[in-house]
Design a protein around this ligand. Structure first.
Ligand SMILES: [Zn+2]
Length: 495
């Protein structure tokens, strides 16, 4: 598989010790993850941007590394799009969302300046029949200490939408089905005294407050380390992306031009390292990233990731070919009907290789276009019509093409292929009678020519003499000069 390698980050290791289940027997998974201790050791490399030297920093990472729920980017987007009302928070708050809400802080959702008009209620005071108007007041957002100091209740949030009060930290860190200030807003404002004091002194609230403050602190601490790491990783990602893009371009270019990739001697000191490496070197003249990559490889004493080896070349060729083939197949399936053309020839290893070509019509913007695409080579399992037709059918199935949608077949005139009783074309026609057979035009013309010449003794002799004359002159460069000069003079004279 193709992997981006961030070699200079590889010395940063994260180790997760096992949870101490004896200490936290009652905690659920999420709470345990909150308190997991992670030891992070970061080592500086010469070229790295991380400045801390082999630091053993022990701190609990926030649970943003949990694998369920939204990813970080999604959570950021959700929080950014939230209105400043706690009642608009999603019902289920996962790890990422909790982290982003803690990063955002409670201020945005406090609404401590009001307006509180919508919370206004008329209530009966005590046992008397006297009615009084009560609503949330700004004063409840402040706690008066015994020494007279006035401090902000940062956890208290007012929802304009529900005209009630919520607790920021309990809503984020307490997981119950029903509770005042948490899943249900508090709107009996005439009972705020003593309910608000009861809540802020409750065990649940104190625990949630502690978790909130701890997570906020950890996030603040992590930001500075993470920022540098992130920056470094981004730079690495950009570098490898640029290198890979250049390499992919070279592969596409050589494939399109049908040029061989490899050279006989591919070492750096070789004068000709082959088309692939020489083209990469040429591109490096105009690309600083690629140029630095090549010089890094040259000076590097140990094995490094180069993305230039024959293995990666083959892997990229395979990936690109799969991509191109999938696009072609997608077009064929979209066109619905298609025709196939096949012909075989032995390769250098004496294996009979069959080519599979499809013809189909695409219609885009009311313009019809006839397309002919080579799909692949496949080795033939045998020479008989039955074996060849089975190979073709297998290959169509492998490419997810339905033979019943085939409307044409084109092969040479050899009887195995074109035989009207037991040829390949008839065997395929037996399955799909609509797959009409059209013999190859070039092959037919060639056969017609050969037979036409052979039918007259005079023309047979003429072509035999012509062929011998050609062989006589072509056998020597000295002899070849005579007729070629004569032809040139004749051409000049006729001009
Ligand atoms: Zn609370």
């Amino acid at each position: 598989m193709l992997k981006f390698v961030t070699s200079s980050c590889s010395n940063v290791s994260l180790t997760l010790p096992e949870n101490d289940s004896n200490k936290n027997p009652d905690n659920n998974d999420e709470l345990q993850r909150d308190t997991e201790k992670i030891s992070l050791s970061a080592e500086t490399q010469e070229t790295g941007s991380i400045k801390s030297n082999t630091n053993e920093i022990n701190y609990a990472l926030p649970d943003i590394y949990g694998d369920e729920g939204k990813n970080n980017d999604e959570a950021v987007a959700v929080v950014n799009n939230l209105p400043n009302d706690v009642a608009s928070w999603p019902e289920v708050i996962d790890h990422h969302l909790r982290v982003e809400l803690v990063k955002a802080g409670p201020e945005k959702y406090q609404n401590k300046e009001g307006p509180f008009a919508s919370s206004s209620r008329i209530i009966k005071v005590g046992d008397s029949t006297k009615l009084e108007r009560r609503s949330v007041s700004k004063e409840w957002f402040y706690k008066i200490l015994k020494n007279g100091d006035r401090i902000l209740r940062s956890w208290l949030l007012y929802s304009k939408k529900e005209s009630g009060l919520y607790c920021y930290c309990c809503k984020l860190f307490h997981f119950t089905d029903y509770a005042l200030f948490i899943t249900k807003c508090f709107n009996n404002f005439w009972h705020l005294n003593p309910r608000i004091f009861e809540h802020e002194n409750s065990k649940i609230h104190k625990e949630c407050m502690e978790k909130w403050k701890e997570l906020a602190m950890r996030l603040q601490l992590q930001q500075t380390i993470d920022k540098n790491l992130q920056k470094h990783m981004d730079e690495e990602r950009k570098k490898w992306k640029a290198i890979l893009e250049s390499i992919v371009d070279v592969i596409l270019f050589l494939s399109k031009q049908n040029l061989p990739f490899r050279g006989h001697r591919e070492a750096f000191e070789s004068n000709n390292q082959g088309n692939f490496l020489e083209t990469v070197k040429l591109l490096a003249k105009y690309s600083p990233v690629l140029s630095k990559h090549l010089s890094d490889i040259r000076i590097s004493k140990k094995m490094t990731t180069t993305y230039l080896s024959p293995t990666i070349q083959n892997e990229l060729i395979l990936l690109l070919s799969k991509k191109v083939k999938n696009i072609v197949l997608e077009e064929v399936r979209e066109a619905k009907y298609f025709a196939i053309m096949c012909d075989s020839t032995p390769d250098i290893s004496h294996t009979d290789q069959m080519t599979l070509i499809v013809r189909y019509v695409t219609i885009k913007n009311s313009i019809a276009q006839l397309k002919e695409s080579f799909l692949n080579f496949f080795p033939l399992s045998g020479k008989t019509a039955a074996e060849i037709s089975q190979s073709i059918l297998d290959e169509l199935e492998l490419n997810n093409l339905d033979v019943m949608m085939c409307r044409g077949q084109g092969y040479d005139n050899a009887s195995t292929m074109s035989g009207i009783h037991a040829g390949v074309q008839q065997k395929i026609k037996n399955i799909n009678p609509k797959a009409l057979f059209v013999p190859c035009g070039n092959h037919t013309l060639n056969l017609a020519g050969v037979h036409a010449v052979g039918s007259s003794q005079l023309s047979d002799r003429f072509f035999a003499v012509l062929e011998r004359l050609y062989a006589f002159f072509a056998a020597s460069t000295h002899r070849w000069d005579g007729p070629s000069k004569a032809c040139a003079n004749r051409a000049e004279a006729s001009d």
